[in-house]
Design a protein around this ligand. Structure first.
Ligand code: C2E
Ligand code: CA
Ligand code: CA
Length: 845
């Protein structure tokens, strides 16, 4: 019962006791009319109290339990002896038999609490008196006429109504809810059925006593058949529950991480097994570590003793401890956890036990976990294991990425933000400014004699110098200003809020004064000068690259003029950046067919077969030579040229794939897609047309989309990808591990393959963290039934590492660098369509 009791408002126990007292009082009030209507007519059959007691007890035992909400409703045959008693027993004896027979079942069979027994017996006394009073008031007598049947039925109905009202009230006080309408209907139906049954029994009792036996046979048969039916229904319900559980726990949208997944799994387990409590214990990652516990409700730590956990894990067996168990150790365990009953099952994924899941305290007063529940729970535990493991892998990935991002955004020597973070901050400030006229300034600073210091005094002193410069810059800058080291001896300051040019010049002057002070390095005192360039928004530009470039121009102007500080002046801008030139040339290059496609094979690990080739775009530029996609894809995206460029690459790739097929090279071709291309509503039609032109099945083509691209707009991506995937084209998630995808989206996307990012693959031999992640992603892909390609296989060590964790496919410079279509065909022909390095792995050396 509830531990915490309110001080002033009486608790449910007190209220129940009061209600019991009220029931006893009403029984006393009804006693006179109940006992008064003694029949004057000679009774054909007389039933004695000691004959009725076992019938009442038996009728209470044959009970149908219905679980409604948190409580159990019981429907019994108890109206049958009540009707028989009304007809053939002395009223006083009937009351005695009703209470005694009821007590017998409640205490011996159902082992109810004192509180409940007290309440139920008061109720039996009261409803017995009420039934008698109504029966007599309607003129019922001890015979088997129609009037008697009506009077008895009315009496029993009144008794049931009283019982129903009292029970519902008590359930309400204990915090339960009942569906009044369905309970009322059920009770009415039971009463009618039972009283009719009793009428037939009464007639038989008077006229054809032997016929009671066949009637009992019929009843028993119906009871047994009903039992079988209930069991069958339960089994089907079990299957359905496993299915529901899998669906709900595998797709919690936006939920990642062990704790998040565990909470969802626990909630589902609790509701499906109708348990009050649920808990998960995760095996220690290393032998020295502790078990990790999560439970629901979260306030309650339901930590099983490690001996029990070890047993469940070791034997891989589900443990069931039902309510009222006689086993001593089991009882001790229940007491220790302060629960009434429990189920514990091992969570197994990929043949490994990762922990245990437990539910405890089955809802409802009489019900407990039965062997069917244990079987169901064993199946749920497997699904729970998979869900929890997936959550864990994603968390691990996210943590690594975050750590790496910090590393990637800061300078190791000075701890200052680096160029990437600086430009990101600048972009944010620009976005916040929008079209408004907020003014801010970018300052770039370059040391005058740094190279000399580095060359003559060594790198160590160079580093010390940079650290001292950092300290002085921070001292000069205001709290809102962002100081960054862009590289070498180049620093930058972003002033996110200024009134006008003078504010920026003041800071520049302060920095200059700081830099003008001699710097002490050991016994040396160095004079270090600096040149500072200033660019202002909106005066000199309204985007990141223009502001950066113009601050740079100003800085060079200052240096050339021998001044400490210069503000950008467009008259002096002689710098034409390569990027602007390239952007201008893109369109022409596309029509001049200056773009080429190279192919890099994707190799199956188990037999070394080349199964696919990834198309990688190149730009053969007249002045800059062969440009990498990193130089022109972002430009093409911004210039609105990515659509035509991708179409060009796809066309070429499909033509080459056709040519390979014609010469007997059975390859699929993978093409990289920008999210921008997918937003083009005509894209699916274009793809279909190109496949048709080259006479290729859709199954030949794989589109690679980056994980971050998908996660930028997951709901829409699911819709668009579904549409294209329906045609048979496959999708692969590129650069997996860097885009924070959630399990829910992974499962909803029509993808057939994951490509784990090379930043996780390359450090495999030297970094145990990376190795752990690759292993987890291999498991994840296997569980989700997806293909997995590891890209960035640069050397033999990485190759071996990947083979060891059974990564199914590989791609990288060690196996083959990107080649032209003809080169690739020749390369394949020479090697019989396999990569020798991978094939060699399979053979003992
Ligand atoms: P990605 O899709 O991740 O392609 C793999 C990149 O890794 C390629 O660089 C490939 O040359 C390189 N690579 C392959 N094996 C190794 C290895 O062992 N070590 C190292 N360090 N690198 C390896 P690439 O060709 O420079 O392409 C860069 C990115 O440009 C690609 O990354 C892809 O996202 C994008 N890209 C290439 N072609 C296209 C295209 O036609 N359309 C679009 N939208 N993007 C493209
Ligand atoms: Ca790719
Ligand atoms: Ca990639």
């Amino acid at each position: 019962m509830n531990a915490g009791r309110a001080v002033r408002v009486p608790g449910p126990e007190v209220l129940t006791a009061l209600l019991s007292a009220a029931l006893v009082a009403s029984a006393a009030l009804l006693l006179r009319p109940a006992l008064g209507g003694q029949s004057a007519v000679p009774v054909p059959v007389t039933l004695r109290w000691w004959q009725l007691v076992p019938v009442f007890a038996l009728a209470e035992v044959l009970v149908v339990h219905l679980e409604l909400g948190r409580h159990t409703h019981s429907f019994t045959l108890s109206e049958v002896p009540l009707v028989l008693g009304l007809l053939f027993a002395d009223p006083g004896e009937l009351l005695v038999a009703r209470v005694l027979g009821g007590a017998l079942t409640l205490i011996v069979d159902r082992r109810q609490s004192v509180e409940k027994v007290g309440f139920n017996l008061s109720l039996f006394a009261a409803d017995g008196c009420l039934a008698l009073a109504v029966f007599h008031a309607l003129g019922g007598r001890g015979v088997t006429g129609a009037l008697e049947w009506v009077a008895a039925t009315a009496g029993v109905l009144a008794a049931s109504a009283l019982g129903l009202g009292a029970v519902t009230t008590v359930i309400h006080w204990h915090g339960g809810r009942t569906d009044h309408r369905s309970v009322l209907a059920l009770t009415g139906a039971t009463v009618m059925c039972n009283s009719s049954l009793a009428a037939v029994a009464a007639v038989l009792l008077v006229h054809e006593r032997w016929a009671l036996l066949p009637m009992l046979v019929v009843l028993a048969t119906v009871a047994v058949a009903n039992r079988g039916y209930v069991q069958l229904t339960k089994r089907y319900a079990g299957l359905d529950l496993v299915h529901q559980f899998t669906r709900r726990t595998s797709g919690p949208v936006g939920v990642t991480g062990t704790a998040g997944t565990a909470a969802v799994v626990l909630d589902e387990a609790r509701s499906l097994l109708r348990a009050d409590l649920a808990a998960i214990a995760l095996c220690p990652a290393d032998p020295g570590d502790a078990w990790q516990h999560e439970s629901l409700p979260p306030r309650r730590r339901l930590a099983l003793p490690e001996s029990v956990l070890a047993r469940v894990v070791g034997e891989r067996a589900t443990v069931r401890i039902p309510r009222g168990t006689r086993d001593r150790t089991s009882r001790a365990l229940l007491e220790w956890l302060a629960v009434r009953d429990l189920l514990v099952a091992p969570m197994v994924t990929n043949g490994r036990v990762i922990g245990t899941i437990m539910v405890a305290d089955r809802l409802g007063e009489t019900s407990t976990f039965d062997p069917d529940d244990a079987r169901l729970f064993t199946a749920l535990a497997v699904q729970a294991g998979i869900a929890v493991e997936h959550g864990r892998v994603l968390t691990q990935l996210h943590l690594q990425v975050r750590a790496r991002e910090h590393e990637a955004l800061h300078d190791a020597l000075t701890g200052l933000p680096n160029r990437v973070l600086f430009t990101r901050a600048l972009r944010t400030v620009l976005e916040q400014a929008g079209g408004g006229d907020t003014r801010f300034a970018v300052l770039l600073m370059d040391l005058d004699q740094f190279k000399e210091v580095n060359d003559t005094l060594g790198h160590h002193n160079g580093d010390l110098l940079l650290q001292e410069v950092t300290r002085r810059l921070r001292a000069a800058a205001g709290p809102e200003d962002l100081v960054a080291r862009l590289g070498g001896d180049e620093f930058a300051v972003l002033m996110p809020r200024i009134m006008d040019e003078r504010d920026a010049l003041e800071l520049a002057a302060r920095i200059h004064t700081e830099m003008d002070q001699p710097i002490r390095l050991g016994s040396l005192l160095l004079e270090i000068g600096a040149s500072i360039g200033v660019a202002l928004r909106p005066d000199h530009g309204d985007d990141v690259s223009r502001l950066m470039q113009r601050a740079d121009v100003a800085m060079y102007a200052a240096k050339c003029a021998g001044q400490p500080v210069a503000v950008y002046d467009d008259q002096a801008d002689w710098n034409s950046p390569r990027r602007l030139q390239l952007a201008g040339e893109l369109r022409g290059a596309l029509s001049d067919r200056a773009f080429h496609v190279r192919y890099q094979p994707i190799v199956r690990t188990d037999d070394g077969r080349i199964v696919a080739a990834e198309a990688l775009a190149r730009w053969l530029h007249p002045t800059f030579g062969e440009l990498s996609p990193d130089d022109f894809i972002p430009l093409a995206e911004r210039a609105g040229m990515i659509g035509p460029l991708t179409e060009y690459v796809l066309d070429q790739a499909l033509a080459d794939c056709r040519a390979w097929l014609d010469t007997g090279c059975d390859l699929r071709v993978a093409v990289n897609l920008s999210v921008r291309v997918l937003r083009d509503v005509e894209w699916p039609a274009k793809v279909a047309a190109l496949l048709e032109t080259h006479g290729l099945e859709a199954e030949r083509l794989v589109f690679e989309i980056t994980e971050s691209g998908i996660m930028s707009d997951p709901e829409n991506m699911i819709r668009i990808l579904d549409q294209i995937a329906a045609s048979g084209v496959a999708f692969s998630i590129d650069d997996f591990g860097t885009g924070y995808s959630s399990l829910a989206y992974l499962q909803q996307l029509p993808i057939s393959e994951i490509k784990i990012d090379k930043s996780f693959v390359r450090p495999l031999p030297v970094d145990p963290g990376a190795a752990g992640i690759v292993r987890s992603v291999v498991d994840l892909a296997r569980n989700l039934k997806l293909g997995l390609v590891a890209e960035g296989v640069e050397d033999e060590m990485v190759l071996r590492g990947l083979a060891e964790v059974s990564c199914p496919s590989l791609q990288g410079f060690h196996l083959c660098r990107p080649k032209t279509a003809d080169e690739l065909a020749a390369w394949l022909a020479e090697r019989g369509g396999t990569a020798p390095e991978v094939r060699a792995l399979g053979r003992p050396s």
